[in-house]
Write a protein that binds this ligand. Structure first.
Ligand SMILES: [Zn+2]
Length: 551
């Protein structure tokens, strides 16, 4: 999910090595942590059980974050089918050098959208993972349908298992209630800074700040240890109705729209409503300024600290442009808001969440030292994730390449060709994709792209395979089936899997159905084999270096 900043190969002396370090920098690589027994909980194969009457929350107010022209259709498509989080929480900043606190209550109406009746459900408490430093999250006063239940914690206290009183039929719903409290760490050196207090600004980034239902797909519940590589979160689409209290003078950037605001006694309370999304993310600061622009009815907002004003303006321009480009090529973005938020990130240029993207403060200098379009590229990459990750999800731990590789391709060749012309598109693809992968090939190394993120020995190797080689695979498919079929396939794949979980098989099928071509050989070559050296050799690398003006 992340736009990881990769280390340039030492063989490329002209480009400046980025100052950000990968999250693995400075610590020894360790073998995969042992998988704990819970991660073997799987979907029950066989015929899905019949769906009983749906009883999810059907309040139309919960869809207020959808643009009016899409609201009725999306409501009809999802009403009663999605779990609904109703959260009342308070953020307590305690100074830029102290951990912040977030605490509150969660009322969850859980809808069983799995294939079979359920005896239990699972939450993820990500801040309890060791990588989150002094972060922690606790849960108390848990009840199911009004009856107290004692949950079971496992996997470094990041998995919370809740037994249901009776098996919950497929499509049926039950109400859970709990109290939670979380500590937000100051500048943790791992986990990218997505759940962190930034000591330089005091700004608080709050990803996965509440107990989030564990992701569920055809492989079952996602309960493994929090991943070392890529993004930790995998979750399913739900509705969020959040009342968030902050000190009066603190600004809030969040998933969804703000539908109410009251201030009393030095505390501001906002009601935030998301529409169907797979996560709910908040950034809050007493130093934020914001600038906005309308794109086809969507308000694009750049949140920035005053000393980063020019970078924030550039990000607004790039974000608005990317939204226009993808609105045309893909299906229209259906939400009323999209936020780009300047935060301190470690080892990532940006991190995407539904309707909100974290953008690395260090890039806001926009100094062109890496390449003149780098900030634009990172912005276009994160905006691309609003389609592939947000609207259409995928299991980031098993199939990261179908969002990362695809978005890397869209944000280089496709975006830059659309905005700056074919020559710039080709150059960006060369700089950000080909150079990276060919550099890896020269070391005698190649990797299978389609494998779990934590099967890669470190995040640098993971990114070279999943982002760069993955992007080359999608470029080759584009080349094979042509422009019309390629984008038609992406539109169909998005529409067919909207708010759901896409799979590599579904994406390949879409390319083949729209083109009437067999794309299997190209797919296998780029995503399932270690055979890149049969395509690229040293001469290709040397010619690329000359073409890019690096030699
Ligand atoms: Zn990404």
């Amino acid at each position: 999910m992340l736009r990881v900043i990769h280390r340039l190969q030492p063989l490329v002396p002209i480009l400046i090595v980025p100052i950000l370090l990968l999250p693995s920098a400075g610590r020894a690589e360790t073998p995969d942590p042992p998988v704990q027994p819970l991660s073997t909980v799987t979907a029950t194969p066989g015929t899905p059980s019949p769906i009983t009457g749906r009883t999810g929350d059907t309040n139309p107010e919960l869809y207020a974050a959808i643009l009016p022209e899409h609201r009725e259709r999306i409501y009809a498509q999802t009403q009663g089918k999605l779990s609904r989080y109703r959260i009342t929480a308070t953020v307590e900043p305690r100074g830029s050098d102290q951990p912040a606190l977030v605490s509150g209550t969660l009322q969850l109406r859980y809808v069983n959208e799995t294939a079979t009746p359920r005896d239990e459900i699972y939450f993820r408490l990500y801040p309890n993972a060791p990588a989150y430093a002094e972060a922690e999250m606790s849960v108390s006063s848990l009840s199911v349908a009004g009856s107290p239940v004692v949950p079971v914690l496992s996997v470094d206290n990041t998995v919370l298992q809740v037994a249901l009183l009776d098996p919950l039929p497929r499509g049926a719903a039950t109400d859970l209630e709990l109290t939670f409290a979380a500590t937000v760490p100051v500048r943790p050196m791992q986990t990218y800074g997505i759940f962190a207090v930034d000591p330089s600004t005091g700004t608080i980034a709050l990803a996965h700040w509440f107990p989030l239902l564990a992701g569920y797909d055809e492989s079952g519940w996602s309960l493994h240890p929090v991943s070392r590589n890529g993004d930790p979160i995998f979750s399913n689409t739900a509705l969020f109705d959040v009342r968030l209290r902050t000190p009066e003078d603190w600004q809030v950037a969040a998933t969804g729209i703000e539908s109410e605001r009251t201030t009393a006694g030095g505390v501001t309370s906002r009601r935030l409503i998301s529409g169907p999304v797979r996560d709910f993310t908040v950034v809050t600061s007493d130093r934020f300024e914001s600038i906005s622009r309308d794109v086809a009815g969507t308000t694009v907002t750049s949140y920035l600290h005053p000393e980063r004003a020019s970078g924030g303006e550039a990000v607004l321009n790039y974000g608005a442009t990317a939204l226009s480009v993808y609105n045309e090529l893909l299906i229209p973005y259906p939400y009323r808001e999209m936020d780009l938020v300047e935060v301190e990130l470690y080892g990532a240029g940006g991190v995407e969440f539904p309707q909100l993207m974290l953008m690395a403060r260090s890039l806001y200098a926009n100094d062109h030292s890496r390449n003149e379009h780098y900030l634009e590229f990172v912005t276009a990459h994160e905006v691309g994730h609003q389609w592939f990750f947000a609207m259409v999800g995928n299991n980031q731990h098993l199939d990261a390449f179908i969002d990362e590789g695809l978005v890397e391709y869209l944000s280089t060749d496709v975006y830059f060709t659309a905005v700056h012309g074919a020559e710039t598109g080709r150059r960006q693809f060369g700089l950000e994709v080909l150079l990276w992968y060919l550099g890896m090939l020269r070391t005698g190394r190649d990797l299978v792209v389609d494998q779990p993120t934590d099967s890669f020995s470190n995040s640098s190797i993971y990114a070279a395979a999943v982002y760069a080689k993955g992007a080359i695979g999608f470029a080759e498919i584009h080349d094979l089936i042509g422009n019309d079929a390629f984008f038609s396939a992406l539109r169909h794949y998005t529409t067919d899997n909207m708010f759901g979980v896409g799979t590599p098989g579904a994406l390949l099928s879409a390319f083949e159905a729209e083109s009437d071509r067999d794309a299997g050989a190209v797919w296998t070559l780029w995503f399932e084999q270690e055979n890149g050296a049969a395509v690229f050799d040293e001469q290709d690398y040397q010619e690329l270096m000359v073409e890019l003006g690096l030699r």
